[in-house]
Ligand binder design. Structure first.
Ligand code: SAM
Length: 207
């Protein structure tokens, strides 16, 4: 009973935090628009993607900015996976299995304006990327956690078109391991990034 109540409270706080931090972040939205205009004006080819969609609030903006491009939506849609949470323990973060579990794909698809271009990849990333053979021009990585952020950066940077961009959210979020993943990837591959002054301190990689 107590555990169920504690989990419910945690879920409410997470939903509230996401509302506050992702639905009022003008700097993040303006960066997305500026970058989308740049990509579209240059007529670069490639798909767009979000890894870590949750209820689709940022994904719907990606969909609006790139109406003609395929949008891959990667998420468990059941919250954090135990395998990632185990890795997170090394960083002593707040991650718990199934945080963000209160979700479903129908709700996400309802928010998309150009649904015909949306491809839901439900399940644990990187498993869900196994049969995806695409190049990308824009990717938002917003899983919060070390493991999927680090593997996501490796996966998407390799498949990023020249002139493309990757956003990583929550670099300055403090609660989970995304920052460590960005720094490790950048150092190992000698690829620089630019920090942004949006609400959670995102970073941008370009190619
Ligand atoms: C902070 S939320 C995403 C918020 C969303 N981008 C927005 O702006 O509203 C993090 C999401 O990442 C997902 N996630 C974390 N690790 C994952 C993994 N390995 N594979 C798939 N999804 C994952 C969680 O299920 C959760 O929905």
């Amino acid at each position: 009973m107590f555990n169920a109540l504690a989990r419910l409270m945690r879920e409410i706080v997470i939903t509230w935090l996401i509302r506050v931090f992702t639905t009022n972040d003008i700097v993040r939205y303006q960066m997305l628009k500026l970058i989308a205009d740049e990509i579209n004006e240059k007529k670069l080819t490639g798909c767009v993607a979000e890894l870590g969609v949750y209820k689709g609030d940022f994904a719907q903006r990606i969909n609006r900015q790139f109406p003609e491009r395929k949008l891959y939506l990667f998420d468990t849609f059941e919250g954090f996976d135990e395998r990632d949470v185990k890795v997170e323990k090394e960083f002593d973060t707040y991650a718990r299995k199934n945080d963000f579990r209160n979700n479903n794909t129908a709700l996400v698809m309802k928010k998309m304006k150009h649904t015909r271009n949306c491809i839901i990849k439900k399940g644990w990333f990187p498993e869900t990327a196994e049969n995806v053979e695409e190049r990308f021009v824009f990717v938002s990585i917003d899983t919060d956690l070390f493991a999927p952020t680090y593997i996501g950066l490796k996966y998407f940077y390799e498949r990023l078109e020249e002139g493309g961009y990757i956003f990583v959210h929550d670099y300055n979020g403090k609660l989970y391991g995304a920052k460590e993943a960005v720094q490790k990837f950048s150092k190992e591959h000698n690829i620089p990034y630019v920090p942004l002054s949006d609400l959670c301190g995102s970073v941008v990689f370009s190619k």
